[in-house]
Design a protein around this ligand. Structure first.
Ligand code: NAD
Length: 392
């Protein structure tokens, strides 16, 4: 974990971490130097994607070394994925499948285009790099697309995740965190959604793969001593966000004067979570790997923890917003009204999400807190800038 040689190059990064409010998890410990800073080498998968891009940036800013991995698939506009990579110093022209590319702007960042399903490629990467921690954010995301192309979810989320688990097992990486999803709550109606609730009733194959990841992770924690934490994200939004999700779709419609589809006739509630709040949670979990729960009992098994080093957290804003208020926030930020078509709920969708984050607060000492209008203002400002629109 100690990376003595990178000490001098990270002084600026530490200053940056303090500036952006991150200071609690910078470790000091003995080393060959009189005093050294302990940084990790982290494999972050999905770094051409929305959340992975932000997580990698955060880790790099505080001085960790990051290897980013992504297949750069075309589930949505690859130009946005290359845009994120470019913003992290990885030039599109340099990317070759299976080859590590050094960032031109961040010394500690290298990127490889690779599929999670590429077992040999992944094994070679793990053997060469000896990661301290793995944060698996790569996945086939999206509820609705899982009705169209279910096999993509089995390939990426089941076979791919299996390869991550096996590599952690054989290359002795104990610290594994991974993205699960609020969609695992499926037919559950008891609100707020708690990680102690049973989640055996998913209503999309996407959700079923995420729940499967949790089961697979528990098995590896029990059998091989991996310390595994699964994070159930609740509708994440913010700069560099996903084009298939409502915040992006509504914003693009606002600037293009298009009508939007408002499902369940607007009677939906979502616990929208700002990207910085998600990143904060992910990084705290990387810094504090799961531990066995000494008070866990098989006679009354709590689903969120275990006698093994396994833990599940919700990361949500703990404040569901009515869909119509959310649309209003976008209209405010964009300065224009969006024409609306009201439709019934779509198969696979749930009418409401609401995260219980008590365990996150208790164990990680923080709570997502970005107010909706503030987060939306930042997202719309990024959108205007990136797509050069709405500057009238
Ligand atoms: N954004 C949200 O609101 C949200 C909510 C719940 C869960 N999640 C989960 O969080 C994680 C990150 O989501 P995101 O919003 O950044 O999605 P994203 O689609 O922007 O990022 C995922 C990245 O993974 C890559 N990828 C897909 N299949 C791959 C494969 N087989 N091998 C390697 N790379 C592959 C994609 O190219 C993409 O860049 C995902 O696991 C997603 O399921 C996201």
């Amino acid at each position: 974990m100690v990376s003595c040689s990178r000490l001098s190059s990270t002084v600026e990064n530490i200053a940056h971490c303090w500036k952006i409010g991150y200071h609690s998890q910078v470790f000091f410990g003995p080393c060959a130097h009189q005093m050294d800073l302990m940084f990790m080498k982290v494999l972050v998968t999905g770094t051409a994607g929305f959340i992975g891009f932000h997580v990698a940036n955060y880790l790099l800013a505080r001085g960790d070394e990051v290897v980013g991995l992504d297949s750069i698939n075309d589930y949505y506009d690859v130009n946005l994925k290359y845009g994120r990579l470019d913003a992290a110093g990885i030039a599109r022209g340099e990317i070759r499948e299976g080859a590590l590319v050094q960032s031109t702007t961040q010394q500690g960042y290298r990127f490889v285009q690779m599929k999670l399903e590429d077992r040999e490629g992944l094994e070679a990467l793990f053997a060469a790099e000896q990661f301290d921690a793995v944060c698996n954010l790569a996945a086939q995301a999206g509820v609705r697309y899982s009705l169209e192309n279910p096999r993509a979810y089995i390939d990426a989320n089941i076979s791919g995740f299996m390869n991550i688990l096996e590599c952690c097992r054989y290359f002795d990486v104990k610290n594994l965190s991974f993205a699960s999803s609020s969609s695992v709550y499926g037919l559950n109606e008891s609100m707020p959604f708690s990680t102690s609730h049973n989640v055996d009733h998913p209503i999309s194959l996407y959700a079923a793969t995420k729940k499967s990841n949790e089961l697979m992770a528990h098995t590896y924690a029990h059998l091989y001593g991996l310390q595994v934490t699964g994070l159930r994200f609740f509708t994440v939004y913010g700069p560099w966000g996903r084009p298939d999700m409502a915040p992006f779709l509504f914003t693009s419609a606002a600037f293009e004067g298009r009508e939007i589809k408002v499902f369940n006739h607007g009677k939906m509630k979502r616990d929208f979570t700002y990207i910085d709040d998600i990143v904060e949670g992910v990084v705290r979990v990387i810094d504090k790997p799961a531990q066995p729960n000494a008070s866990w009992r098989g006679a009354s098994p709590d689903p969120s923890s275990s006698s093994a080093a396994y833990k599940i957290y919700n990361i949500g804003n703990n404040q569901p917003e009515a869909l119509m208020d959310f649309i209003q926030a976008i209209e405010n930020a964009a300065g224009r009204e969006i024409p609306k078509q009201f439709l019934p709920i779509q198969p696979g969708d749930v009418p409401a999400t609401f995260a219980d984050v008590d365990e996150l607060v208790a164990d990680m000492g923080y709570k997502p807190a970005t107010p909706l209008q503030e987060g939306i203002n930042r997202f719309v400002a990024w959108y205007r800038d990136f797509y050069r629109v709405g500057r009238d």
